[in-house]
Design a protein around this ligand. Structure first.
Ligand code: MF3
Ligand code: CO
Length: 261
């Protein structure tokens, strides 16, 4: 069942989303060679708490142990912060879900650390472009498949792969709600988008094969072939005035003016 939200609830999700965006930027400011992902998690947790929020991830499914997810390089999602030491050239994905005033926002951003190689840069730009193309389809009267197809087209035209086994989702009252928002599909298919729906659009893409594996920790998911991954995510409301990003970026330098971040 898809939960449609009224204007008051959408404003609460937007306030949670603003805290999510600020948290991502704050963590991003601390990403540098030598810092561990556990230190970054502590920084995130302190920031969320200081702003009156609570991590939506900690305790998720009864077992997720950290404040946020941090996934380096070939790790795609749900990386558990720990002893990993960030190094120059890494891709570090920061994925943040926050509860504020009973509402949830969800967003992710892949940072390049220092000098990254040209293929990694192209992967990040493609993932940003795919997210922007997906968001552009988040209009009343369109269908989920229109978002899926737009994302997939951008990614595959660039020669990269879309992960199939992980999808975007409804969000706002719960961390994961209906509908699924796959990053592959056919235009005109799937649930119709109507005003008041709030969805997380989140392309997860790889340089090589789209196949993934689950680590022994029961959470972290990486590419099977060890190739690099990227992941950008926004919480978006479907409104009569078009897509409204509820997790708008703050404090992150615009790398390419043509790309929605
Ligand atoms: N933020 C993730 C998403 O994009 C969900 C993380 S669940 C966790 O859907 F438990 F791993 F944190
Ligand atoms: Co999500």
């Amino acid at each position: 069942m898809i939960i449609r939200k009224g204007p008051e609830e959408i404003e609460r999700i937007a306030r949670a989303g603003d805290l999510v965006a600020a948290t991502i930027a704050h963590v991003g400011d601390h990403i540098r060679p030598g810092i561990t992902t556990l230190e970054l998690d502590d920084i995130a947790g302190a920031f969320v708490t200081a702003h009156g929020g609570v991590s939506a991830s900690k305790g998720y499914h009864g077992t997720y142990p950290a404040e946020i997810c941090i996934s380096p390089n070939s790790m795609i999602v749900h990386g558990i912060p720990g002893p990993y030491v960030v190094k120059n050239g890494d891709l570090i994905t920061i994925d943040v879900g926050v509860v504020l005033e009973g509402a949830i926002g969800d967003s992710a951003y892949t940072f390049g650390v220092g000098e990254i190689d040209p293929v990694a840069r192209h992967l990040l730009d493609t993932c940003l472009e795919a997210l922007a193309a997906g968001i552009a389809q988040a209009q009343p009267g369109n269908r989920i498949g229109d978002i899926s197809f737009a994302v997939q087209s951008v990614v595959e035209e660039a020669g990269f792969s879309v992960v199939r086994s992980l999808v975007g989702h409804g969000v706002g009252r719960h961390y994961h709600e209906d509908p699924h928002v796959p990053n592959f599909g056919q235009p005109g298919r799937g649930p119709k988008l109507t005003e008041g729906m709030t969805i997380a659009i989140e392309p997860m893409i790889t340089v090589g094969s789209p196949d993934v594996y689950l680590h022994d920790d029961g959470w972290s998911i990486s590419t099977e072939d060890g190739s690099l991954a990227a992941h950008y995510e926004h919480t978006v409301a479907i409104t009569g005035a078009g897509p409204r990003i509820l997790t708008p970026r703050v404090g992150i330098a615009v790398e390419s003016a043509s790309l929605l971040q």
